[in-house]
Design a protein around this ligand. Structure first.
Ligand code: ASP
Ligand code: MG
Length: 402
């Protein structure tokens, strides 16, 4: 019995019939030594095209229909790839999320995977027939199609790898691995041979776009080793795995950044028990994720309460903060979307002190003001002015010898 590997191919990897043929050859090669289960994205540009078609009809199309529409992109690429594999003499079959019972929550456009019935996939494996499965989608309780959010095929792939207990999940994409930071911004960025799942989870959560953060949550929870590699050029890619020998482990592994953030400050908040929950409760209830949170020391019973969220949720959040859902009294709401977030990540921080002071000193030397700081065991996040973000990433990358 061959080892089972899940292989996910992204949109650019499947961007044309030529590309689909090249992917089929890669799969054929894999199938000599391992048994591949394939997950596909829509052909590149296809999801955007479908969104634009819907927007031509309405600014606010019905969520159920939008998901029904968007899910077709992956169906096209799955069927085309299955045909191509067959033309190479391999046994292959395409499957939609419904066909493999990929059950999700009901919230359209950001549904979460609940479970997968692996019987259909297992039956296909038993027949030595390569399953080609649509990424990015599932079905809810009433059988309607849902989608998992942009980039969601990564999550499909890792979830399938976890449930079938695959040896590994290969994510084929248009970059050749994970870099110390975005190489488009910092040309000196280096490709990593390996990175821990924990670190990649933090980097994805803080803006690294290579892997969807939810995919990393699955990988972390179910201990799925992931290899990120290019479908355009040969190479080892980057291995994302639980343990890395400490010899190879630098203190800082990577730097991520986010330019899509809004900072809300409630000025002159009454400092009473329950004020944080009074403010963030209604925000959370609306499904808005809050990231960095700072509450100042109070002066004569009043304090400032500041937090960041993604720009896409800013309007919704502002409406809530200005409504009477917020039972907390405050003097003034200050909204600032000219901010950026830079995060330094590395498991080495656990055993090494002084990382924060190097970061602060580096920004000071570059005359960059830090507006907010938040830390976890393996991460330091700095909120700064948007205009300083590129300089901050470049100088930190250099300061930590990445
Ligand atoms: N096709 C979807 C998107 O463009 C899902 C994916 O590519 O992972 O976001
Ligand atoms: Mg992607």
């Amino acid at each position: 019995m061959k080892n089972i590997v899940v292989q996910k191919f992204g949109g650019t990897s499947l961007g044309s019939i030529e590309r689909i043929k090249a992917v089929a050859k890669t799969i054929k090669k894999t199938s000599l030594n391992e048994f591949p289960i394939i997950v596909v994205s829509a052909m590149s540009g296809e999801t955007d095209k479908l969104i634009n078609l819907a927007k031509d009809i309405s600014d606010d199309p019905a969520e159920r229909e939008l998901d029904a529409l968007l899910s077709t992109g992956e169906k096209v690429s799955a069927a085309l790839l299955a045909m191509t594999l067959q033309s190479l003499g391999l046994k292959a079959k395409s499957f939609s999320a419904a066909q493999i019972s990929m059950r999700t929550t009901s919230n359209h456009s950001k549904a979460k995977i609940i479970d997968i019935n692996i019987d259909t996939i297992q039956a296909s494996i038993d027949e030595a027939c390569i399953p080609v499965i649509t990424g990015f989608q599932g079905i809810n309780d009433v059988g309607d199609v849902t989608t998992l959010g942009r980039g969601g095929s990564d999550t499909t792939a890792v979830a399938i790898a976890a449930s079938i207990k695959a040896e590994r999940c290969d994510i084929y994409t248009d970059v050749d691995g994970i870099y110390t930071t975005d190489p488009n911004l910092v040309p000196e960025a280096k490709k990593l041979r390996s990175i821990t799942t924990e670190e990649m989870l933090e980097l994805s959560g803080q803006g690294a776009k290579v892997m969807q953060v939810r995919a990393m949550e699955f990988a972390n929870r179910y201990d799925v080793p992931i290899r990120v590699l290019s479908s355009f050029k040969e190479g080892e890619g980057t291995l994302i795995t639980k343990e890395i020998s400490s010899m190879e482990q630098p203190i800082i592994t990577g730097i991520a950044m986010q330019d899509n953030q809004t900072k809300f400050t409630l000025h002159g908040v009454e400092d009473t028990p329950g004020n944080a929950s009074g403010i963030l409760g209604p925000i959370g209830d609306a499904g808005i994720d809050v990231d960095v949170i700072v509450q100042n020391v109070s002066v004569s019973g009043k304090t400032d309460f500041t937090f960041t969220i993604e720009n896409s949720d800013a309007k919704k959040a502002q409406k809530i903060l200005e409504s009477d859902l917020i039972k907390v009294n405050y003097d003034k709401l200050i909204v600032n979307n000219e901010i950026g977030k830079v995060s330094i990540v590395g498991v080495g921080m656990r055993s090494q002190s002084g990382v924060a002071s190097i970061a602060f000193k580096t920004l000071a030397e570059n005359n960059i003001n830090i507006q907010m700081i938040s830390t976890s065991e393996i991460k330091i996040t700095l909120v700064i002015s948007l205009k300083d973000m590129n300089l901050a990433v470049k100088s930190l990358h250099k300061a930590f010898n990445l």
